[in-house]
Write a protein of this length. Structure first.
Length: 259
């Protein structure tokens, strides 16, 4: 079974960009972030023992998708022909994908995240990311709030104002899903976020975390039901912080999409 068929079977899509959760026009840095975010959800080190084999399989498939899209020549072939070179260097069978992952991403601490959040919120980088997320998801606030780093439900009014201002100035198009969002959808999003925050705080308190402790302890000690509550947030911050600790990261430029 080829890589595209493996992606379809494991993730429900043969589109490598969709598997990594990025746009087809994504920059190399955005592709790297997307890979990190997606891989954290299925990394074998964070799976229950009974799920480790399946997690390993899905992790390997994700890594191969990233290997193709992070190689300029391989990506060009995929974009132009919709196929991948199964015999190429990017997909060579003997590669240790977990070691490959560890070389790409560093381990971070709670303090790292707090420091990054202080720099990121209300920065030009956050502004660009909000506009890009709005365009990418065509005004779907559920997906925008999940995508924007460090954002929780208390940030939603601020994020909405940023988007409304960008619409008014013509920087981004006006999407019906945003300007006419049903109130019950917003209420449901708030309730869901509040529940996730309570569960995350409870897990942290139970483990006595809050200082320099490695986040891996929190992730590995959660039971399976609580994993999804924190994974998206941790994945976004690890992906963002892990590559921007020294240089502050690259800014994302919002592009206009279809109305």
């Amino acid at each position: 079974m080829g890589l595209l068929e493996q992606c379809e079977a494991a993730f429900g899509s043969a589109d490598l960009y969709r598997v990594l959760g990025v746009r087809r026009e994504a920059s190399p840095e955005e592709i790297r972030r997307g890979y990190h975010r997606a891989s954290l959800r299925v990394h074998p080190d964070r799976a229950e023992p009974r799920d480790k084999e399946e997690a390993t399989r899905r992790f390997q498939i994700l890594s191969k998708a990233y290997a193709v899209l992070s190689d300029a020549e391989q990506r060009a072939v995929y974009d132009e022909q919709g196929r991948v070179d199964e015999e190429g260097e990017a997909l060579r069978g003997e590669r240790d994908w977990q070691e490959y992952w560890r070389l790409l991403f560093k381990k971070i601490t709670v303090k790292d995240i707090k420091d990054f959040e202080k720099r990121y919120k209300d920065s030009e980088e956050e502004l660009a990311d909000i506009k890009a997320a709005y365009v990418d998801f065509e005004g779907d606030m559920d997906r925008i709030m999940e995508s924007v780093l460090c954002a929780d439900y208390t940030d939603e009014p601020r994020i909405r104002k940023i988007i409304e201002k960008a619409i008014g100035s013509g920087e981004v198009p006006s999407y019906k899903s945003f300007v006419k969002e049903a109130k019950q959808k917003s209420v449901a999003r708030k309730r869901r976020a509040e529940k996730e925050a309570r569960e995350a705080e409870k897990a942290k308190d139970e483990l006595g975390l809050g200082g320099e402790d490695d986040l891996k302890a929190l992730i590995q000690s959660r039971n399976k039901d609580r994993k999804k509550e924190m994974d998206d947030f941790l994945a976004q911050l690890e992906a963002k912080y892990g590559n921007s600790a020294k240089k502050g990261g690259k800014k994302t430029t919002a592009k206009k999409g279809k109305k």
